[in-house]
Design a protein around this ligand. Structure first.
Ligand code: 48H
Length: 272
């Protein structure tokens, strides 16, 4: 029934295809660290707009906290206007009271991941953010290693990481805010910690504060709460999706304005 191929041909297909696209993405327009709802949303919008976008995710699976809602119950909640994004992603939902919606976690997460992949985003899973590439007082990439390396016994962990470059890095690592923390460690940024639960203030503030936190670095999703000391919102996800959308549009603005500046610089140089 199946085509006869050699075992080596299968190995060659994997190595050839992976190294082909990986080499291409050693330099991207945007690197999104963390593949939860905010990171996926940001990456999807960026790739749809034609930006070369790579997600770095430490887990084997992407989706973060979007597979499961609260208390290990896989029903997700969204407050209006979050349902507009569910419609955009063709995720079925129900209104349970005015402006409060529920959706099935596995279906919602699978649809968001599928839309992200269809948009052309490349994904490095089992890859852990370790540090930033920092030049000219701005973030210009990430230093990564395979996740299992961090689980190796200390005496055999002398495995150096590698670097990936980008015009913009987005910290979408959730509560950890790992990229922001790597700058805090060097006294480049001062972070707060997320505040206690208050859903009615938190989601608006998260979206409001989503944006560039340091040259070259945008923060989105729950990492925004950690960075700015905003109240947590519990298992409700409209804020994460809208924050991801805003992160994408901020990244596009920054990249476009850099291109405009560079073009005028070249024009001036040619005119001289
Ligand atoms: C690579 C990493 C690293 C690393 C982490 O937690 P997430 O789902 O993040 P958000 O911000 O998109 O969504 C938050 C939401 O799920 C949530 O927890 C809410 C709303 N909580 C409210 C509350 O009150 O608690 O996803 C983050 C992703 C995960 O997939 C991690 O594995 C990944 O980032 N990640 N990837 N390198 N160092 N650290």
């Amino acid at each position: 029934m199946f085509q006869r191929v050699s075992e080596a041909a299968i190995s060659k297909a994997i190595v050839w295809e992976f190294s082909r696209w990986f080499q291409d993405y050693l330099v991207s327009d945007v690197i999104v660290v963390g593949g939860g709802p905010s990171g996926l949303m940001a990456a999807k919008d960026l790739a749809e707009a034609g930006f070369k976008t790579l997600i770095v995710e430490s887990n084997n699976y992407i989706g973060g906290g979007f597979w499961i809602g609260g208390y290990l119950m896989n029903t997700l909640t969204f407050r209006a206007p979050g349902e507009k994004i569910l419609e955009e992603l063709k995720i079925p939902y129900k209104e349970v009271e005015e402006g409060l919606f529920v959706a099935d976690g596995p279906n919602a997460c699978a649809k968001l991941i599928s839309a992200t992949c269809d948009a052309g985003v490349k994904i490095l899973n089992m890859t852990k953010f370790d540090d930033v590439v920092y030049r000219n007082k701005r973030v210009e990439g990430v230093v990564v290693n395979w996740t299992p390396v961090s689980a190796l016994p200390r005496q055999i962990t002398c495995v150096d990481p590698i670097s990936l470059e980008a015009k913009i890095v987005i910290d979408a690592t959730g509560h950890e805010a790992s990229v922001c923390k790597s700058l805090e460690k060097r006294n480049i940024l001062k972070l707060a910690d997320f505040g206690p639960m208050d859903v009615n203030t938190s989601e608006d503030l998260v979206v409001e504060h989503t944006g560039q936190i340091h040259p070259g670095l945008i923060v989105t999703g729950m990492a925004v709460s950690t960075a700015y000391g905003i109240a947590r919102m519990g298992p409700t996800f409209g804020g994460m999706l809208l924050s991801g959308k805003k992160a994408a549009s901020e990244a596009m603005k920054l990249i476009t304005s850099e291109i405009t500046k560079e073009t005028s610089r070249i024009k001036e140089e040619v005119a001289l």
